[in-house]
Design a protein around this ligand. Structure first.
Ligand code: RM4
Ligand code: MN
Ligand code: MN
Length: 406
């Protein structure tokens, strides 16, 4: 691309000491998985608003996800949630995905919607319910094997509402027992991602409330278990990038659920609120990637990036495209930090210069860079516009209302 804006951009970055070819190849490698459930109807605890044209079954969810990948070139896999995406023939779902240039990504068990789980799943005081929950975890390992997915991603709603309601220490042991059974059934190249969340649906305690608990659990289970960071799952003002750096160094950062929030676990379009937070997270990852090129081991090169969003009031496919573009945009900025300069400033304890090195990249307009990269990748230069002009949104209206939902 020799467009005048890109030419200027390239010159500016070269002057800043940035290896632009390397940056381009890093952006091309960034892949972000979409969640099947983000294409279906969703809502708040007050109301699920039905949208016209929502996929009616898992196969149609993949068709919609294929649109996101078609125009962005950046979302080649789709996470599934069981039983929301339960089908009779998983091999058929897999071939359907492949026919759309997609693969099946993380398999997510659902241990929060059955009446039996009212007081907990893997932490329930009733042994038969713990067994039922464990059986579902094992079922998900089998599904992952059948569709050649290497990831089973776990989130538990387990928790309590009142002091004294349950025995924290006992529940901790039960959870570990159930997860160990699942762990032992996983092939050596499979990964268990353990997600934490400090509240909701339980309001007093959650059994895996924070990264420390998830990390401890992963450590106890073994190397196939890693932590998943959902950006909406922390108390306000938590320094998530610090958690990310810590887990990277401990080789236990397995994946992300990107989304944005203002108050609680809002699951909004990623980076719609506080894009700077996502930037700082990605900047830690880029720095660790650079260190791995120098031989410092971390999990930076092996992170499963996923969206976990629900689009309650906005059309779902463009919301997903927006999210992918936002992650890509912030990752591109993170790649523009001059890490040598940053290191030098840190060594000299030059606080202002170090802060400037991180801020300067954030302030760059990466539009010409991303356009050039997309053109080289064969994706749409303006994916949102291309989708909107494609006619797909109008075509799916024939599906009517009342599609898949939770
Ligand atoms: C939870 C959590 C999980 C997701 C469910 C639907 O809050 O983020 O990752 O599977 O929502
Ligand atoms: Mn999540
Ligand atoms: Mn969540």
């Amino acid at each position: 691309m020799t467009d005048k804006y890109y030419a200027l951009f390239e010159e500016q970055q070269k002057d800043r000491g940035i290896n632009i070819e390397k940056v381009k190849s890093k952006i091309k490698q960034l892949k972000v998985e979409t969640p099947s459930w983000g294409f279906g109807d969703s809502g708040t605890r007050f109301k699920v608003f039905e949208q016209e044209g929502v996929p009616r079954d898992p196969f149609e969810k993949f068709e919609d996800a294929a649109q996101v990948h078609k125009f962005t070139g950046t979302s080649p896999s789709v996470a599934i949630h069981i039983p929301w995406d339960k089908v009779d023939d998983y091999k058929a779902l897999k071939s359907h995905a492949e026919s759309l240039d997609l693969s099946i990504g993380a398999v997510n068990p659902n241990l929060f919607q059955d009446n039996d789980y009212k007081f907990g799943s893997v932490t329930n005081v009733d042994k038969s319910i713990r067994q039922k929950a464990t059986d579902h975890l094992l079922e998900c390992v089998d599904i992952a094997k059948e569709v050649d997915s290497k990831i089973v991603s776990l989130w538990f709603a387990d928790g309590t509402n009142y002091p004294g309601q349950a025995d924290f220490r006992q529940r901790k042991k039960w959870m570990q027992e159930c997860l160990q059974t699942m762990y032992d059934k996983m092939d050596s190249d499979m990964r268990m991602l353990i997600e934490y969340k400090f509240f909701e649906p339980a309001f007093y305690h959650t059994d895996l409330a924070d990264w420390g608990m998830a990390f401890n659990m992963a450590n106890k289970l073994g190397p196939k278990a890693e932590v998943l960071v959902d950006t909406g799952h922390h108390p306000q003002a938590t320094n998530i990038e610090h958690i990310v750096a810590y887990l990277l160094d401990e080789k236990r950062l397995g994946g992300f659920h990107f989304n944005s929030r203002k108050y609680a676990d809002d699951d909004l379009i990623v980076a719609a609120h506080n894009p700077h937070e996502i930037y700082l997270i990605l900047q830690q990852i880029v720095a660790a990637e650079e260190d791995s090129d120098q031989g410092v081991v971390s999990t930076a090169g092996n992170i499963a990036y996923m969206l976990d969003q629900c689009h309650n009031v906005e059309p779902k496919i463009p919301a997903m495209i927006r999210s992918i573009l936002n992650v890509q945009n912030l990752y591109a900025k993170a790649c523009l930090v001059n890490l040598e300069e940053l290191k030098e400033a840190q060594e000299k304890q030059d606080v202002l210069r170090a802060e400037q090195a991180v801020r300067e990249a954030y302030e760059c307009d990466v539009t010409p860079l991303l356009q050039a990269v997309r053109e080289e990748m064969g994706a749409a230069v303006d994916p949102m516009k291309a989708y909107q002009e494609s006619g797909y949104a109008e075509k799916i209206l024939t599906r009517g209302k009342g599609g898949a939902s939770w």
